[in-house]
Design a protein around this ligand. Structure first.
Ligand code: FE2
Length: 390
């Protein structure tokens, strides 16, 4: 997270005596990333955060690769992913490479029986359908349709959903996820030309402090396996913390689109960056206002990156037959562009209601067995001019 946050009670100085009302000490923990070089927070626990009681075993949740080397454009019908009562079991990785997993999930109920922690990856959850509360050991965040939830690696969390109709688009990133560097000054503050600013980023506001002993199951993901670890104290037992490392929320509806007289390139939609992929938000906006502008994009050769678009809402102008919940995959190595008819159709249009999330990865993505179950095998031929130019 790019700025400082403080929640609960903390002592005046780091690494000094901090006593509970009964005279015993709180337990300090530095919760940091990238050794001691990345962002960190300083936490104060009721109990030692190290009290492992039992390791019950582990099981494999690695994506099962169906197509390792892909040069075919695909459409995946995301809403065909079967809902599941359990959050972790509902997560279906559809695209994967060494840096990230792209996951669709339709969990029907809250995580009541366990806590979850991803020790390898930052998780970016995009809430397509559903609302509720993200509860973490660093405080809670309310979420609803259109929210990105950025959960740094190591965060222990639960998801409370308001009802059973939930659709999530998730990126698990083994590279840290940041806001784009070019929008920040040398202190990290977001600059005036950034499409969002600190005011749009929601910080945890509610700290749950449970002074409780017992059996607390944390499902910990490490290297593609989930370990069932039982701890002797409640994982949400922090009385206070401060620092830069904590989960936060950002609504796609708070992204202020950058527009111009002629077509603006995809980087104007960029919302997050890593050194392995970028995430962009395509939001409702006015179209280009040069009198002869063509609002539809031009074909482009993404020779160096796979392009994944997740369609959220509105008409997606450059595509025919695309619905909410669909994913298009345009692999590196071949150009892609608007469908037949889309360019003509766009001329004279003044605005768009399209809403989509894009992930461009610098390494090629592999398709999983879960992807093949919802894949449209004929999408790659949808640019042929017979039968598609309405
Ligand atoms: Fe593209």
């Amino acid at each position: 997270m790019p700025f400082y946050h403080k929640l609960g009670k903390i002592p005046h100085k780091r690494h000094t005596i901090f006593r509970k009302p009964d005279g015993s000490l709180y337990y300090e923990q530095l919760f940091g990333t990238i050794g001691f070089d990345g962002m960190s927070s300083n936490l104060y626990h009721e109990h030692r955060p190290t009290q492992v009681k039992e390791i019950k075993g582990s099981y494999d949740v690695k994506p099962k690769i169906a197509i390792e080397n892909n040069l075919k454009s695909y459409r995946l019908k995301g809403f065909q992913v079967t809902p599941h009562p359990d959050y972790l079991k509902s997560r279906k990785p559809v695209l994967t490479n060494a840096d990230c997993d792209i996951i669709l999930a339709s969990p029907q109920s809250s995580t009541d029986d366990y806590f979850y922690k991803n020790s390898d990856a930052d998780e970016l959850l995009f809430i397509h359908k559903g609302s509720g509360k993200l509860r973490t050991h660093l405080g809670n965040l309310d979420f609803k349709y259109g929210d990105y939830l950025l959960i740094p690696r190591g965060t222990i969390y639960k998801l409370d959903f308001d009802d059973e109709n939930n659709r999530l688009f998730i990126v698990e990133s083994r590279r840290p996820i940041y806001t784009p560097k070019r929008y920040r000054n040398w202190f990290g503050q977001l600059l005036e030309h950034s499409p969002f600013c600190e005011r749009d980023l929601r910080q945890p506001y509610e700290l749950e402090t449970n002074d409780e002993k017992g059996d607390f199951l944390i499902k910990i993901k490490k290297k593609g396996e989930i370990f069932d670890m039982v701890y002797a104290t409640h994982p949400f037992d922090v009385v206070g913390y401060d620092g830069y490392n904590y989960p936060y929320a950002f609504s796609i509806h708070d992204f202020e689109p950058i527009t111009g007289r002629i077509h603006q390139p995809p980087p104007v939609h960029q919302t997050f960056e890593t050194d392995a992929f970028v995430v962009c938000s395509f939001c409702p906006r006015k179209y280009d206002y040069h009198p002869e502008s063509i609002p539809a994009p031009y074909s482009h050769s993404n020779i160096d990156s796979d392009e994944v678009l997740y369609y959220v809402d509105g008409d997606f102008m450059s595509r025919n037959d695309i619905e909410a919940g669909h994913i298009s995959l345009h692999p590196a190595g071949i150009p892609h562009g608007p469908h037949p008819g889309a360019v003509e159709r766009s001329i004279g249009q003044v605005e768009t209601e399209e809403l989509a999330v894009m992930v461009d990865t610098f390494k090629p993505l592999m398709l999983t067995e879960d992807a093949m179950e919802i894949a449209d095998e004929s999408y790659h031929k949808s640019w042929l001019e017979d039968g598609h130019d309405h």
